[in-house]
Design a protein. Structure first.
Length: 209
């Protein structure tokens, strides 16, 4: 590069005083290296930001869409029932074996909910809310983003398995954009994995009177 004027200028400074040159070089060096640092750091910071924003968006969407009501087991707290955050989004607790659901008489009452909010009996049988944590064996650890989106879009397990039973509000959540579903899935990737094997649903025939 053609730095002749600068060099000449600096040479002149050197001639004036050696100390002056040292100070100037140090300052220039510090300036150049801080500029380089900033330039190098910028792309990394840029690429990290969308991921953090996406996760925050997913967390926000889940907190405002009722997922906590059904997918985190509820317990009795000091001020009444509250979600057990130590089991965040881990679904119906495997240790909690539900007795057969009470049979309702003919009439307008239709559904019975367990105290944990994770076992629900209705005309579809008994369903147990899924473990949404990234546990490899019992949660969504092996799911791809596509599996998740396809489940919500089709109302079937991973888009190809059995139908997802009520009261999972598939029809409501089908209104989420792909972008929102991706954000929810990105957030679910970040929560602590909880090992919890949710029981299979009970068919209506088995629970019928
Ligand atoms: C009213 C209760 C309820 C709410 C609210 C709810 N779910 Fe569910 N969800 C369920 C039940 C029950 C099941 C299990 C259904 C079954 O076994 O077929 C389920 C299953 C799932 C599954 C697993 C499907 C599969 O094939 O394994 C996913 C994923 C899921 N829910 C995500 C969510 C997300 C994300 C939210 C919030 C945006 C949410 N759910 C809110 C009740 C609910």
């Amino acid at each position: 590069m053609n730095r002749i004027p600068t060099t000449t200028h600096r040479d002149r400074i050197v001639r004036y005083t050696l100390l002056g040159s040292t100070v100037l070089t140090a300052l220039l060096g510090a300036f150049v290296s801080s500029t380089v640092d900033a330039a190098e750091a910028a792309p990394a910071a840029k690429s990290a930001r969308p991921a953090a924003e996406q996760v925050a968006r997913g967390k926000y969407l889940m907190s405002t869409s009722g997922c906590m009501d059904c997918h985190t087991p509820w317990k009795m707290g000091e001020k009444g029932p509250e979600p057990d955050l130590s089991r965040l989004y881990s679904g119906h607790p495997e240790q909690l074996q539900m007795p057969p659901a009470p049979q309702l008489p003919e009439g307008p009452w239709l559904v019975v909910w367990g105290a944990t909010n994770t076992a629900i009996a209705g005309p579809w049988g008994v369903s147990f809310t899924a473990n949404l944590t990234p546990d490899m064996e019992t949660g969504l650890g092996r799911w791809t983003e596509r599996d998740f989106i396809q489940t919500i879009r089709s109302g079937r397990h991973k888009g190809r398995g059995r139908e997802v039973l009520p009261p999972m509000p598939i029809m409501v959540y089908n209104n989420f954009s792909d972008r929102d579903l991706k954000a929810i899935f990105a957030y679910l990737r970040t929560i602590p994995p909880v090992r919890n094997q949710v029981p299979e649903p009970v068919a209506p025939t088995a629970s019928a009177r």
